[in-house]
Write a protein that binds this ligand. Structure first.
Ligand code: NOJ
Length: 729
């Protein structure tokens, strides 16, 4: 498989000629039509709208036949025959479902994530999908927000690397049938900063936070070639993102010089009315368009008002032409004029292949994070006679698909029970007891059977509990205020733990959960996320040691909901929790809680292995660097345990004194290294000094000379520390 990306930016000059020739023939209504995206539920007369050339794009269709049918209306029955561009939410696989994106990111392996995105593109394109509404590159630091499942977690550097990997994978060259796909990073911008973790909620972040935290993954996605973007639902400091000229013009067009297509999120223009930013759809169309939204997804704003706004003189036709040019360019670049249809027979050949299933297994294995393993309870020995497999998710063929599972099917999913059966010898007795439902009220728990679970545990050598969230408890519109185990699962866990038998918890969820009791009382915990179709096999491989876990958290686990947001890249404050020697410093006067620790339950970057790694001999090879130079820092990493393993070596930096305050740590590099037992290696990072900057008081990106601290370690809370200086030029 080629991993080369198609270059949407390297447009052939003849495309410009064709765009202009077409534009010259278009009526105002046909132009506006190119700026409108509908779905099947939009209106009963959708076919006619397409025939009239008044729809430029459709989303969320189902199957090659249906897509070809709509393309035929546009290509063969409309006056100018302009093909539709077909969009779909391909979030973590299309037919072959991979782990949810936050889990994929826990591999810390952008090359692997790129391959997974390519597989998704291969499977989607043969159905006639041209436009993938992903990657979601929103930095997310609040696990109450259900959409934390869809992104790459809390960190700017890792999030940017994952954004690029996924864009490259989706926009791969050489897709089957000569088709092409364009990616759509979303949701521009700062959607992940929704107040109180509630979906669609207000965002009020500073321009500096925008520029230093929320925007860089988008810039990274554009640098990797992303040719479209989706504007977000949320407002930022009083201005909805989908009518935000600062974001859509000043940053996107003027600062970044990016010329791709801006698509609004679903009815985000119509929602300007609810924001109280537009009195009606006419004003919504006006404010959205003038701010820089090219295409209205399902908004009833552009299709009914944009042409009139031109006739009224409030919008210049030249501005419409600019947006239409961008859309037409994209359609030409995608090859839609040459090849609007897809061959329905292709799907059977390229979807859900053994190769794709094998990759889904590899990603699942590498995405799972071992959170605790007291007394090396894991891996379990193959000689166990009886295993109690307990919990509502133990034999679940749906929820491991996770939120947004495309064309994934329950029948494709290997449950944990399936996985264990596949790896265990026939004579091992597996006692499967669901114990209770995942969620719901008393009625849902009418058949809760803690006694059966306890009885099974009592006769078993070990109890493996598979607990967590249903897929519908994370993703869009699925925020939660309580992040404990839903339903009666905590009771089930406590009842089984009370047997005194060794207990392993496999946690499936779309977000970090708040699990202090479990962390205190359960010896072994594996965070399996919603791991996709191969999660059962992957879990079995990890539990029985065929695979040594290597996933590392990309988002901190809070100890309690009250700590949220808790993330490693915080600011120091004037009274940091861990400092000595400030005048009014007794414990109470620090930035701490009276009744909760300040540290997370598990920090960013954390994850255990079946072997041990030690870090020693940090060397800052460049104690003094110039602004155009690179910081070189290295450390010895040794596998001091009993088996081969993979360590993710992480490099963090702190700018000690700034023109504005800087985070206490920022990830600036990471390397996954495989070490045999007893093997050691010097791991070296070379960090470009230009990447150590930030937006200063004047909101200019600068790198400031001065003193820095640097760490190499296994996670954001540990590591060897050194210093370097950026010299004044
Ligand atoms: C709304 C979601 O916010 C967005 O992520 C998605 O791509 C669109 N709906 C289309 O389904």
């Amino acid at each position: 498989m080629s991993s080369v990306s198609f270059d949407f930016n390297a447009l052939a000059p003849e495309i410009e000629v064709r765009v202009e020739a077409l534009l010259a023939q278009m009526t105002l209504e046909e132009k506006v039509g190119q700026l409108f995206q509908a779905n099947l539920r939009w209106r009963d007369d959708l076919d006619d709208w397409i025939r009239q050339g008044h729809v430029g794009s459709l989303l969320s269709l189902n199957g090659a036949e249906q897509i070809n049918r709509f393309q035929r209306l546009a290509v063969e029955e409309s006056r100018l025959g302009i093909p539709l561009i077909i969009g779909f939410d391909v979030i973590h696989g299309f037919r072959t479902i991979f782990p949810i994106p936050v889990a994929e990111a826990c591999t810390w392996d952008p090359a692997l994530v790129e391959q997974a995105a390519r597989v998704a593109a291969v499977e989607a394109c043969v159905e006639g999908i041209d436009w993938i509404f992903a990657p979601m590159v929103d930095i997310a630091r609040d696990p109450r927000w259900g959409r934390i499942a869809e992104g790459a977690g809390e960190d700017v550097f890792l999030g940017s690397a994952m954004a690029q990997a996924r864009v490259r994978g989706f926009q791969s060259a050489n897709l089957p049938g000569g088709r092409r796909i364009v990616a759509c990073p979303k949701h521009y911008a700062a959607y992940g900063a929704a107040e109180a973790g509630k979906d669609y909620n207000t965002v009020d972040v500073s321009e500096r936070s925008l520029r230093d935290t929320y925007l860089p993954p988008f810039k990274a996605a554009f640098d990797a070639g992303a040719a479209t973007v989706m504007s977000a639902f949320n407002e930022i400091a009083g201005v909805p993102a989908s009518a935000n000229a600062f974001l859509l013009k000043t940053i996107l067009r003027e600062t970044w010089n990016w010329d791709g297509v801006v698509l609004s999120d679903f009815d985000a223009l119509g929602e300007l009315l609810h924001h109280g930013f537009a009195a009606d759809h006419r004003e919504a169309a006006l404010r959205g368009f003038l701010a820089g939204v090219d295409m209205d997804m399902m908004g009833n704003a552009y299709p009914f008002h944009l042409a009139n706004l031109v006739r009224e003189g409030l919008v210049e036709e030249a501005q419409i032409d600019g947006a239409v040019r961008r859309v037409l360019r994209l359609k030409f670049a995608l090859g839609l004029f040459e090849q609007p249809y897809t061959d329905p027979a292709l799907a059977a050949q390229v979807q859900f292949t053994e190769e794709h299933r094998a990759l889904a297994l590899e990603v699942a294995q590498k995405s799972m994070v071992l959170l605790k393993n007291e007394g090396n309870l894991l891996p379990l020995g193959a000689g166990l006679k009886t295993i109690a497999l307990i919990g509502p998710l133990a034999d679940d063929h749906h929820n491991p698909l996770g939120c947004w599972h495309g064309r994934g099917r329950d029948a494709d999913v290997e449950s944990v029970l399936d996985g264990l059966r596949a790896v265990l010898p026939e004579e091992t007795i597996l006692l499967h007891v669901p114990g209770c439902a995942i969620e719901g009220d008393a009625a849902a728990h009418a058949d809760a059977d803690f006694d059966a679970a306890v009885s099974a545990a009592l006769v078993a050598d070990v109890a493996v509990l598979v607990l967590g969230e249903a897929e519908m408890q994370s993703g869009e519109a699925h925020s939660r205020a309580h992040l404990d185990l839903p339903g009666r699962q905590q009771e089930l866990l406590e009842a089984v733990a009370a047997t005194g038998k060794p207990v392993v918890v496999v946690l499936m969820a779309g977000r970090p959960l708040v699990i202090p009791w479990m962390v205190e009382h359960v010896p072994a915990i594996l965070m399996a996320w919603h791991g996709g179709i191969r999660s059962g096999q992957a879990i079995a491989d990890i539990l029985f040691g065929a695979v040594n876990p290597s996933g590392r958290l990309v988002v901190s686990f809070p100890r309690s909901e009250g700590q949220i947001p808790v993330y490693y890249g915080r600011k120091s404050t004037g009274r940091p929790a861990d400092s000595e020697g400030v005048i009014q410093f007794d414990r109470r006067h620090r930035s701490v809680y009276l009744d909760e620790a300040s540290t997370p339950q598990f920090p960013f970057g954390y994850g255990l292995s079946y072997t041990d790694f030690s870090y020693s001999d940090l060397q800052v090879e460049t104690p003094e660097v110039t602004l155009d130079g690179g910081v070189v820092v290295s450390a010895e990493v040794a596998n001091t345990g009993g088996c081969a393993g993979v360590e993710t070596v992480q490099c963090y930096v702190r700018d000690l004194v700034g023109n504005v305050t800087r985070p206490v740590k920022e990830l600036k590099g990471f390397q996954r290294i495989a070490l045999e037992a007893g093997e050691r290696r010097r791991v070296r990072f070379e960090i470009p000094v230009r990447s150590l900057g930030f937006h200063n008081l004047e909101m200019r990106y600068i790198v400031e000379p001065g003193d820095f601290r640097v760490w190499i370690g296994p996670n954001a809370a540990e590591g060897l520390q050194g210093e370097f200086v950026i010299k004044t030029p």
